[in-house]
Design a protein around this ligand. Structure first.
Ligand code: SAM
Length: 330
């Protein structure tokens, strides 16, 4: 694998790309979307061939890790074709973030197509609360999907839980027991102010990673994991289990100095930071240069100069970024 040719003004190497394959989703999670979302018209959305071309060029520039996300990646038609194609690029790590609703049928084909790891969102183990948070989701379907993913033999499965006070913070011990029983990892995420929502007050709902750790410590010892994830999550182990517990704390822990990632939205906008608007339009370059990739590669290399030093999320829930997470690619 080649050394990454992507470095920014602050000496950070970018070797991880998150590609959004759709802005559409079968769920409407209260922290992620408004209830009445309008989705992008088809011509604004990259084709699967265009997404693969972006991925291939990032790999040629030294990218070692790709995550497919959305929206819900498994609602994109023919997504397996894209997974199969990217699966041939020799990545060190190829992953997907999914809500799990389609995994009973898709887990095995995904694994066979070359996907290494899955992150599955799970905010509640109570069917009614789950429905309330996702607005449309069916908990049983997702739990069956998690089992199907375990049987398919992925290298790693991690659950993602966005913790909201008064909503699912009481379920933290149950979620930990569930992860231990299923022998999967779990990360608890602080809600980020992405997109304007009226459903709840993000400032009031914020449950910090510190608070989540305190709750878990009433039940289990948490030992900081020695290995560096290289990402925003800080991991802990429990002495009597293989399950790792991660904390993603955009409010209380600034991880920008080691940021190694960029995102590409499904419109082909290369976003240099989750918490800033700095971006470059790759769709224009892709469609203006359909035959050769030189211009595309140079555009990606030059874009690194735009990567900001850090983001500034405030804890009062104020929206600083108008993009919803489904537009950004979570
Ligand atoms: N549909 C897939 C899923 O549900 O995992 C992938 C896309 S979703 C946008 C990716 C992740 O972003 C999910 O784990 C979700 O919980 C998280 N997320 C969405 N909005 C968020 C917010 N405002 N703050 C923190 N995490 C958020």
């Amino acid at each position: 694998m080649s050394q990454s040719k992507l470095t920014d003004r602050f000496g950070r190497t970018v070797n991880y790309v998150r590609l959004s394959v759709t802005d559409r989703c079968d769920f409407r999670c209260v922290y992620c979307m408004a209830e009445d979302m309008t989705f992008l018209p088809r011509q604004q959305v990259l084709t699967l061939e265009e997404i693969a071309r972006v991925a291939r060029n990032f790999v040629d520039l030294g990218t070692e890790k790709i995550r497919l996300t959305g929206g819900e990646p498994l609602v994109r038609k023919d997504i397996l074709e894209l997974v199969k194609e990217i699966g041939t690029y020799g990545l060190r790590d190829f992953a997907m973030t999914t809500n799990g609703s389609q995994l009973t049928t898709m887990a095995e084909p995904l694994r066979k197509a070359g996907m290494h790891r899955l992150n599955i969102s799970l905010d509640s183990l109570d069917a009614e609360k789950f429905r309330n948070i996702t607005r449309t989701g069916n908990l049983g379907q997702v739990l069956d999907g998690i089992d199907a993913a375990r049987e398919a033999g992925f290298r790693g499965i991690k659950l993602n839980t966005v913790v909201m006070k008064g909503r699912n913070d009481e379920e933290i011990p149950d979620l930990i027991e569930f992860a231990r029983k299923k022998q999967v990892d779990i990360s608890f995420i602080e809600e980020m102010p992405l997109g304007e929502i009226s459903e709840h007050d993000r400032g009031l709902a914020l449950c910090t990673s510190e608070e989540v750790r305190d709750i878990i410590r009433q039940h289990h010892e948490l030992v900081p994991a020695t290995e560096d994830s290289g990402g925003p999550a800080r991991y802990y182990r429990m002495p009597d289990s293989a399950t790792k517990v991660g904390f993603i704390s955009p409010h209380s822990h600034n991880f920008c100095s080691t940021c190694n990632r960029v995102r590409v939205t499904v419109e082909g906008r290369l976003l240099l930071c989750l918490g800033n608007e700095h971006s470059v339009d790759l769709r224009r370059v892709l469609r203006g240069n359909p035959v050769t990739d030189d211009k595309l590669r140079q555009t990606i290399i030059n874009a690194m100069d735009l990567k900001p030093e850090r983001h500034h999320f405030s804890a009062n829930g104020d929206v600083q970024i108008l993009r919803f997470m489904n537009m950004t690619g979570g």
